[in-house]
Design a binder for this molecule. Structure first.
Ligand code: ATP
Length: 551
């Protein structure tokens, strides 16, 4: 039941592709019917030959067969083209939809899932959905039209013969829905095992240096092998359900074949000619029905994929947007009576915290590790929402502001800011897509990294490597800092901006903080001040409160 509901929701996502999907199914049905017509004509030719003692009597059928002989491969080709085109479009839509849903849900908070598992959902679970259309719905539509045509053709010759042949064939049509529940458990475990395998592979690959340094390679490999074994086991179980379906399909088509023969031998009314036609029709139907047992496993796999996608996509949004955003007047920030905990079973990070950041102010926020400095940044960026208290930006309550509105006014250099595997210019333009090159150089100058970039043969076009691997930690941090400084936002949060910088560069950057942040408000999150930052206020986060502090 849940499976049917999940699959119906996925089909709902594909609504805008209904045209392509319907054309694909219709062409597939036409192609199957052309195959049926070909063998029906062959059967009728042979039966006329049998009746007159010479195959020449079937010449009329042969003439009719000629266009079909050309049409059939043409329809097959068109079927492949149309069904695959429809699938590619529907799956592309699903991926975009899923990615958007994830981006709304994973911005902060306790990790929903391991990244490798989420990657699995985005790739293999979405791919499993192609089976819903390509391997289940399309073959089922084609087979149903063939069985219907067999019943109609034979019904014209003999209703009894039509019943004997069409009933087992119609039963074979039910195979996908009968096989799917048997395959469901294995399919769902297979999907989970595939996700786990990806997670076991992705995590060590991302952190390979740490794995090698700890001599933990054999352990990582053993976990990977165990996950692969689990996945293989489930795939074997799935294959068993598929073979059971295939055997039942063969049994049913043979029952139709033998039924027609037995009816003929027993001297059924319509004569040998009708039996020959019936035999040819069953042979033609076997082609279309042959795909159905696989359709059962495909349905189960698609349902398992759909469940995993919807499970992740339906997580509650940590900070829902209001239906329409208010517009802040200015960018002064005020926090009143804020209480926040990351999860109900965790101790609160803030308890009745109040804080003001007037326009143009620069607050230095100090506090021991784990005090909640980065959590405050997450709350100000609307990546998390307080359980109690009010935050306002330019006089507007955060609950009336969309995340986009807030993030257009508040930029942040997070503690673990990442560089992407693209050029330096593209990494910088994440913050300001239309910024011209001189603005990029200006931001790099302010972050004290322009000289290094200038010395690179490709300058701004130098690729950063995955997670900025091309650069040292401190260099990558300064490029990320330049990105934050490039942002046109009026409030900048700098979470440990000088982490990874040597003392001289740190001092040089902090001394120029005034120019770097000219005209903007700023929150400087740091463990310690070195005396050159010139903040307008210094606060210490401790015990869930922001208290005035001496540096
Ligand atoms: N995304 C998150 N999900 C769940 N808990 C979190 C998350 N971020 C922080 N926490 C928890 O909130 C508390 C405050 O952490 P936070 O990172 O805000 O401290 P911090 O003052 O920035 O520390 P540090 O100086 O070490 O960076 C910690 O107990 C931490 O475990």
């Amino acid at each position: 039941m849940t499976a049917a509901r999940d699959l119906a929701r996925i089909l709902g996502l594909w609504r805008s592709r209904a045209g392509w999907l319907t054309v694909g199914a219709l062409v597939a049905a036409a192609s199957a019917l052309a195959g049926l017509a070909l063998l029906a004509l062959a059967g009728s030719g042979v039966s006329q030959g049998l009746a007159t003692g010479t195959l020449a009597a079937g010449a009329a059928s042969l003439i009719l067969m000629r266009p079909l002989i050309l049409l059939r491969p043409l329809l097959r080709w068109a079927e492949r083209m149309a069904t695959h085109e429809a699938t590619f479009r529907a799956l592309a839509d699903t991926r975009t939809w899923f990615f958007r849903r994830l981006s709304e849900r994973l911005s902060a908070g306790p990790g929903l899932n391991r990244s490798g598992d989420l990657l699995g959902r985005l790739v293999s679970d979405v791919e499993a959905l192609d089976g819903l259309y390509l391997r289940a719905l399309v073959p089922m539509a084609a087979a149903a039209s063939v069985v219907l045509a067999v019943a109609v053709i034979l019904g014209g010759l003999s209703p009894a013969l039509a019943a004997i042949v069409a009933i087992p064939l119609a039963l074979a049509l039910l195979l996908p829905v009968l096989v799917a529940p048997f395959a469901a458990r294995a399919a769902s475990r297979n999907a989970a095992a595939t996700g786990a395998l990806r997670a076991e592979a992705v995590e060590p690959l991302i952190a390979m240096e740490d794995i090698l340094a700890a001599n933990a390679e054999p352990r990582a490999l053993a976990k990977l092998e165990a996950a692969a074994d689990r996945m293989d086991g489930e795939r074997r179980r799935l294959a068993r359900a598929g073979s059971l379906g295939a055997a039942s399909g063969t049994l049913l088509t043979q029952a139709a074949l033998l039924g027609a023969l037995a009816w003929g031998l027993a001297g059924g009314g319509a004569g040998a000619g009708a039996v020959v036609v019936a035999l040819f029709l069953v042979l033609a139907a076997m082609d279309a029905l042959g795909a159905l047992p696989r359709a059962g496993a495909a349905l189960a796999l698609a349902a398992a994929g759909a469940r995993r996608l919807l499970e992740a996509a339906d997580q509650p949004i940590p900070v829902p947007d209001p239906p329409a955003s208010a517009t802040p007047s200015g960018h002064a920030i005020a926090i009143r009576g804020l209480s926040f905990t990351w999860a109900p079973d965790r101790s609160p990070v803030f308890d009745n915290l109040s804080l003001d950041l007037p326009e143009g102010a620069r607050i230095a926020l100090l506090g021991p590790s784990g005090a909640g400095k980065s959590t405050l940044a997450a709350l100000l960026l609307k990546l998390a929402a307080p359980q109690e208290g009010v935050i306002t930006l330019g006089g507007a309550d955060y609950t009336t502001l969309s995340a986009d509105t807030v993030r257009a006014r508040i930029a942040c250099l997070t503690q673990d800011a990442t560089l992407f595997d693209d050029t330096i210019a593209a990494n910088l333009r994440l913050a300001a897509p239309d910024a011209p090159d001189p603005a990029l150089w200006d931001a790099l100058e302010r972050a004290r990294i322009a000289d290094l970039v200038r010395a690179l043969p490709d300058g701004l076009e130098t690729r950063c490597g995955e997670a900025g691997a091309r650069f040292s930690g401190g260099q990558a941090r300064r490029i990320a800092l330049a990105r934050a400084l490039l942002s046109p936002a009026s409030v900048i949060i700098l979470d440990e901006p000088t982490a990874g910088l040597d003392a001289a560069t740190e001092r040089a950057f902090l001394e120029t903080l005034d120019t770097a942040l000219a005209g903007r408000s700023a929150i400087l999150i740091t463990h310690r001040l070195i005396g050159v930052e010139r903040p307008t206020r210094i606060l210490r986060i401790a015990g869930g409160q922001a208290l005035p502090a001496m540096s």
